[in-house]
Design a protein around this ligand. Structure first.
Ligand code: ZN
Length: 168
């Protein structure tokens, strides 16, 4: 008997996926050409809607679904867009000119925080700390490559350990 395990909480799923923006069809991320994405289900490793659409699926299944922003990276938070005095960037500007669209990383008390420069004036830099995919609907095409039970160690750590359950 080779009962296939179905995806449920506390199992480890490996999937190949391609994420596209439904309006333009632009691919924003894909595991193609890489190892499949392996994650421990039910431990907030993935965006919520991604796991929800894979529940009950098993090895070999293919699914496609579109998530609203609330089930993906959330809505754009206006408070995460900040105007910073340009003088704070003086050191940086000596190495490279600032440009709109540039991605930079701020060192915050809780750790590094990436942001995108969305506006520049002589005195200020507008920094958008929202996730680049916030506010967007996302379409995922997913193929389930493997489903297995999680090891005790994986459950204790709250994340998956590579294809065979070994520590990374
Ligand atoms: Zn670990």
């Amino acid at each position: 008997m080779s009962d296939k395990i179905k995806i449920e909480e506390n199992c480890v799923a490996s999937v190949h996926y391609t994420g596209t923006l439904p309006e333009s069809g632009e691919v924003f991320d894909s595991s193609e050409g890489r190892d499949p994405l392996t994650f421990l289900v039910g431990h907030k490793q993935m965006i919520p809607g991604f796991e929800a659409n894979l529940m009950g699926k098993t090895t070999g299944d293919r699914v496609e679904f579109t998530l609203e922003a609330d089930d993906a990276y959330g809505q754009i938070d206006a408070e995460a867009i900040m105007k910073i005095e340009r003088t704070n960037f003086t050191d940086l500007e000596q190495q490279a000119p600032l440009e709109v669209g540039m991605q930079l990383v701020a060192q915050m008390p809780h750790g590094p925080a990436p942001f995108i420069v969305t506006e520049l004036t002589d005195d200020s830099v507008t920094a958008d700390f929202n996730h680049a995919l916030a506010g967007k609907s996302l379409t995922f095409s997913v193929e389930v490559v493997e489903v297995r039970t999680a090891s005790d160690e994986e459950l204790a750590h709250g994340h998956a350990h590579g294809p065979g359950g070994h520590h990374h």
